[in-house]
Write a protein that binds this ligand. Sequence first.
Ligand code: PGA
Length: 240
Amino acid sequence: MKVTILKTAQEIGRTAGEMFVQTVLAKPDAVLGLATGATPLPTYDYMANACKEGRVSFKDVSTFNLDEYCDLPKSHKNSYFTFMTENLFSKIDVNSANVHFLDGNAPDAEAESRRYAAEIERAGGIDIQFLGIGRNGHIAFNEPSDKFTNDAFKVQLTESTIEANSMYFDDVPMPRFAMTMGVGSIMRAKKIVLVATGKSKAEAVFAMIKGDIDPHCPASILKAHPDCTVLLDEDAASLL
Ligand code: PGA
């Protein structure tokens, strides 16, 4: 795990964004694993600008998002599909046929998990996976638990996650369940970049980097990945 501490969220966005740009320049049909949340936004701004300036084209990439809420229409303003459309996909030249999401409303979660794993495999596997980290150490919606997960599955969100994200929901209550890629699917990505900013992430970052590999801090498994870059601001790194 390569840990870099940068001064601002914008610098983190530039660094992570440039990793995505370089991946696509080297392999125009790269498979990108994408994340939602506030932390990825400067990275998505950087990627959108690079595309607008003509430095890179995303027209042949495929994208796979990490997770999606259950019991929320795909078109709802708080769905992760809407988040990605507003913050990245509408600003780059990605082909919408190559954009992939877990279906949070699939009637059979296990069949949906198998479908997603097969789609990722058919695309050739994820070349670069983007991650944030939850205050409780979660990656995607893999919440702290007694064992690491493998493929995608339906998860009941923890109180910590509900507390962190419910501020975004003003018309409907925040969903209590989500479909998420599992830790095994994340670890199969060829390259991983995790970003964390702010004091609220300091304890999780400390447990991820200094603690044992333990499913009670799901992000700690990233220490076992051969090509994982962690980009932190000084607040997120303040307990290291
Ligand atoms: P955030 O979410 O970027 O909004 O803090 C990160 C996460 O929960 O993975």
